[in-house]
Design a protein. Sequence first.
Length: 260
Amino acid sequence: MTSDALVEASIETVGHQVTPFPVQEPETKCVVGWKGGIGKTTLAQELAYLDDGVGGDMDWSKGGLSKGWGYNEETRTGAPLIEAFENDRTPKPLRGGPRKPDLIPGHSTFGEFQPSPEVVKRSLIRWSEELKRKITWDTHPDACPSTHGALAASRVAVVPVILQTREMASLEHLLQDISDYPLLLIPYMVPKSVPTWHKDELKRLAKKFQVPVGPIVSEYKWVGVRRKRVAICSEPVFKKEEPFVEQMKRVHQAVVRYGN
């Protein structure tokens, strides 16, 4: 079955039933997954850029948003995210310029200092309101306090879905844990041909947990080896990047329309 047919079948199964959450203006959203290497950080950066918003980094692993943005904590003094929580103040985002989103940088020690989910929730909502900016949070790939706080603060939580056996098992675990949050599943790194079992498993999980499935992002091997620090969706877009950018814009529109 082709990837397009896969998504059509999944959306047909689930319909457009989503839990209505209060409208936020400006909004907080996050990208979550219980496994690393599934495209979480790339989705967070591109969605933040397409919002003309801010990317926030609560993933303390080295592959998080801050490192890819170009932030190097070893050359900086302080830890803006940790200090913002400890001092109960709104962090000032670093300017990204025309080709990448502004950034609230994370820190490698954040896992040791992360606050309770309630403090994270309250802070993230307030920061977005005080900055008057949309913020997209990259989260740590685990059911940790900061991730649960980001989920509770978010109008929508985007979940990249890799259509492989172990990744689908991880997805089911995630849905068992947090399907009561406003989730949007995004099939990510989708190959040209999807095995029937994986297609059926996505349909089963989407139907069982009543979670909507959004547009796909196909497999682009060059994304994983890319070293540029700018958003892929930023101008100029090279020819090989055009299909990715078009798909990402569809994902962005699905996020914007979520719950409407």
